[in-house]
Design a protein around this ligand. Structure first.
Ligand SMILES: Cc1cc2nc3c(=O)[nH]c(=O)nc-3n(C[C@H](O)[C@H](O)[C@H](O)COP(=O)(O)OP(=O)(O)OC[C@H]3O[C@@H](n4cnc5c(N)ncnc54)[C@H](O)[C@@H]3O)c2cc1C
Length: 400
C-alpha cells in the first residue's frame, strides 16, 4: 500500500480546502457551535439547509467526482473522490444530501440505465432537483430481500404494482423511488424480480410515517395500490432486478470519509473526558476511562487502515468488492461503541434529551447514540454481513 498522494491529488486537496475555508463561513451559526441547538433533523428548516449545502457542493464540481462529464459529473478519479470526502470530514463540514440517489441509485443507473435515463436523471440527482428513496424492504422481506411479495403485472404499456414496503427512509420528502418487485411469480425468487423506478407522486402511493427511538419520523410504511409504472421505467432487464439490486448494494457499502468522522468522535470524547469531573476527579484521569478511550482509539485506527486496504483493492480492481463489507462491519461496530462510551462519560446526564435545560450540548450526543443503534441494521445486519464475508471473501460453503 502506498500512503503518498500524487502532486495532482495534493493540488486538488488544496482546491477543496480553500473552497471549504471560504464557503463554510456561510453555514448557519448552529452548525459549528455546540452551545446552540440545531433544528430538528426531520424539520423543514433542516431539509432546506441540507439541499442548499448539497447544491453548493455540486455547483463547485465536488459531487459525482468519478461520474462522466456528459451526465454532469467531474470525470475525475477515485482518489480525488477520497480526498474530497477526507477534507469534508476533517473540516467537519455537512455531508452531501440525496443519500440514496448519490449512494447507489445514480451509480446503478450509470451501470444499467439507458442513455436517455442517464441524461435526464443523473444531473437532476446531482443537483438535488430530484430526491430519491429506496423501496426494497417489506414486512416479510428484509435480510432476505429476494422474498419481496410486491407484484408488478404487465398491462399495456405499464406495470401495475400492488404491495407494501416498509422502512422507506425519507419517502415523505422524496420525488422518485427505486422499487424491487416480483414480475414472474413462477420462477425461483431471485429470478423473477425487476428493478423499477417511479415518481413518488404517482397515484396509488400512500405513506404512513414510522417514529423511531430518536422521536423523529424519518421512516415510512409505503402502500402501493394499483400504481401504474410505464414499462420503460426499469433499470436493466425485466426479471433481472436481483442482479441490479445486489450491484447497487455494493455501491452502498463502499463509503469514504467515515473513518475520519470516527476520528473526530474519539477526539471529542477525549476532550469531554478532559473537561468532565466525577467524584472530584477528571474522567481523563480515571484509569478505566483511559483504557476505554485508548481501546477505541486503536479500533478507530485499525478501521482506518482496513478502509485503506479496501481502497487499494478498489484502485487495483476497479470495483468496490465484497471486502468493503469487512470495513463497514468494523466501522459500524466502532461507531456504536464510541456512542456508548459518550453515554458513559455523561453519566446520569446521558438521560437528558434535547429540550431539557441541563442536557449536555442540547442533547446531540443522546440523539447520535440513539441514531447509531439502527446503523447496524440499515445496510444489512451484522449477521448478514458476516455471511457475505464467509461466502464471498473466505469462500466458505453456504450455511443456510
Ligand atoms: C436506519 C435504517 C434505514 C433503512 N432504510 C431503508 C430504506 O430506505 N429502504 C428499505 O427498503 N429498507 C430500509 N431499511 C430496512 C433494512 O434494510 C432492513 O431493516 C434490514 O435489511 C433487516 O431486515 P429486517 O428489519 O426485516 O430484519 P430481519 O431480516 O427480519 O432480521 C431479523 C434478525 O434475524 C437475523 N437474520 C436474518 N436472516 C439471517 C440469516 N440468513 N443468517 C443469520 N441471521 C439472520 C438478522 O441479522 C436480524 O438480527 C432501513 C433500516 C434501518 C435500520
Amino acid at each position: 500500500m502506498d500512503f503518498k498522494y500524487t502532486l495532482e491529488e495534493e493540488t486538488f486537496r488544496e482546491e477543496v480546502k480553500n473552497w471549504l475555508a471560504e464557503n463554510m463561513k456561510e453555514l448557519p451559526e448552529w452548525w459549528g457551535c455546540r452551545d446552540i441547538a440545531r433544528p430538528e433533523i426531520d424539520s423543514k428548516e433542516y431539509l432546506d439547509f441540507s439541499i442548499w449545502w448539497h447544491r453548493k457542493l455540486n455547483a463547485a464540481g465536488f459531487l459525482g467526482i468519478t461520474w462522466p462529464r456528459e451526465y454532469g459529473g467531474r470525470g475525475g478519479t477515485i482518489m480525488e473522490q477520497v480526498v474530497f470526502y477526507e477534507e469534508l470530514a476533517k473540516h467537519r463540514a455537512p455531508s452531501p444530501f440525496n443519500v440514496h440517489g448519490m449512494g447507489w441509485i445514480a451509480p446503478a443507473m450509470l451501470a444499467f440505465g439507458t442513455e436517455e435515463q442517464k441524461k435526464h436523471f443523473i444531473p437532476r440527482i446531482l443537483n438535488c432537483d430530484d430526491i430519491w428513496c429506496t423501496l426494497y424492504s417489506e414486512p416479510e422481506a428484509g435480510s432476505d430481500m429476494a422474498a419481496v411479495q410486491t407484484r408488478a403485472v404487465e398491462d399495456g404499456d405499464d406495470f401495475v404494482v400492488n404491495g407494501q414496503k416498509v422502512w422507506t427512509s425519507g419517502g415523505h420528502y422524496s420525488d422518485w423511488a427505486v422499487l424491487l418487485a416480483k414480475t414472474d411469480p413462477d420462477v425461483s425468487k431471485h429470478r423473477g424480480l425487476s428493478y423499477l423506478f417511479m415518481s413518488m407522486r404517482t397515484p396509488g402511493i400512500t405513506l404512513r410515517p414510522l417514529v423511531q427511538i430518536t422521536g423523529h419520523a424519518d421512516f415510512n410504511e409505503t402502500f402501493l395500490d394499483d400504481v401504474r409504472i410505464p414499462k420503460h421505467q426499469i433499470l436493466g432487464e425485466k426479471n433481472r432486478g436481483w442482479y441490479v439490486a445486489t450491484a447497487a448494494l455494493e455501491f452502498e457499502r463502499s463509503g469514504a470519509g467515515a473513518a475520519i468522522q470516527r476520528e473526530n468522535t474519539i477526539e471529542d470524547l477525549i476532550e469531554m473526558a478532559r473537561k468532565t469531573e466525577r467524584d472530584g476527579q477528571l474522567l481523563s484521569e480515571n484509569p478505566l476511562i483511559r483504557q476505554k478511550l485508548a481501546q477505541l482509539y486503536i479500533e478507530v485506527n485499525v478501521g482506518k487502515y482496513t478502509d485503506l486496504r479496501g481502497l487499494t483493492k478498489l484502485l487495483r480492481e476497479g470495483r468496490p468488492g465484497s471486502e468493503g463489507v469487512i470495513s463497514q462491519l468494523m466501522g459500524v461496530g466502532t461507531g456504536q461503541r464510541l456512542q456508548l462510551l459518550a453515554m458513559e462519560l455523561l453519566g446520569p446526564y446521558s438521560q437528558l434529551m434535547r429540550g431539557s435545560k441541563y442536557a449536555f450540548e442540547h442533547g446531540r450526543w443522546q440523539e447520535s447514540f440513539l441514531q447509531s443503534r439502527g446503523s447496524s441494521i440499515a445496510t444489512g445486519t451484522p449477521e448478514i454481513k458476516r455471511n457475505i464475508i464467509g461466502m464471498r471473501v473466505l469462500g466458505l460453503p453456504r450455511s443456510y
